[in-house]
Design a protein around this ligand. Sequence first.
Ligand SMILES: C[S@@+](CC[C@H](N)C(=O)[O-])C[C@H]1O[C@@H](n2cnc3c(N)ncnc32)[C@H](O)[C@@H]1O
Length: 394
Amino acid sequence: MYHQILQQLTMAAQDKAPVSGYTHNFYRYPARFSPAFASSAIRLFSKPGDVVLDPYMGGGTTVVESLLAGRFAIGSDLNSLAVFVTKVKTTRLDSSEKDVLRRWAEQKIPQLKYNLPISCLFDEPYDNQTKNMNVPRARFIKKIIGTGLDTTNNLPTDKARDFARCAILKTTQWALDGRKTHVSLSQYRLKLQEHILQMLEQLDTFIKKVTTQCTRFPHPILLESNASQIDTMPPFSTDNIKAELVVTSPPYPGLHILYHRWQVNGRRETPAPYWITGCQDGQGDSYYNFGSRHQPGHNTYFDTSLLTLQAIRNVLRPGAYMVQLLAFSDPQNQLPRYLANMETAGFKEVNFKEQDNISCDKRIWRDVPSRKWHAMLKGKTSGSKEVVLIHKAL
Ligand SMILES: C[S@@+](CC[C@H](N)C(=O)[O-])C[C@H]1O[C@@H](n2cnc3c(N)ncnc32)[C@H](O)[C@@H]1O
């Protein structure tokens, strides 16, 4: 029994196929995990109707897969961009909204030019929000985005406007983030049009699949919260709701990931994702990574991690599973510290080897497919492996 579980999860964790399907590709959220991994963990460790929580939901992989598996989903992240993207991926549009968005794609997008009057370019905080978008490759894209965002003001509902902004986000990430070659105006317009139509189809497929399991489309609960305060947030604080499973991937010690910036022209960073989506940016990268990566010993990381784990434990039923995917810049020292935090917070690691006398390493390790944050590793390369940790709440 345990052997089979381990085998299934190992295969899913080692899945290196490009992320695709349903609404998963609405945005390439940095360090997202594979939907196959989330789906296996959800199906192996919970049953239909259970509450599945991801307190560091990022691009919402766990939330999307929980809904597809007929579970009740709660997702939370302190990054407003993560909440925006997950919301668009899981929000049903009615047929008039879909018609308007199709017309927007077919009629308005081909007319986008970069010399039209752009009202949003004159907003007060505009300069900060588009920092580093004046380099040659990005400057004209900035103007197209401006005109594109202007046209979204005429869309009839917030849901339709958010969907349109998400399509602009996806297309601009394609055109700018880490890209070495120039994208022309006509290529940008064509790609944006293609993305909108594709995303509408993918959302339809997702909604149809989710509603085959229940008569009413179950909306997830999405919170913008620091995980260390999740137990003070409704519905946990108000309705005594407890989760039966956590499937998640917290920030990694010693490995800083750019969750909140795109890189334009080499290493210049832009906060443009927040401008495009109308979201509030947090602070520096330490805000999104449990502290500064330059701190010797990463004490802030481990202190913050403990606070978050204690709050997460408070919103779980005793016996609930917590399945995490993690990487470490220095696994030998950091993994034991992380495990000690888990124990202090009230979790016990599930030791499959003891339970089923199986002859393999009790933890699942996987090689990480090429990821941008590897470029940010200084010296050590051990962060190129991720580990799956499986715990039970005591
Ligand atoms: C590795 S990513 C999660 C990716 C996600 N599994 C996916 O598939 O897209 C980690 C996330 O933790 C969030 N995060 C960092 N510190 C946090 C905190 N204290 N509370 C809540 N979320 C936090 C980051 O904003 C980031 O979105």
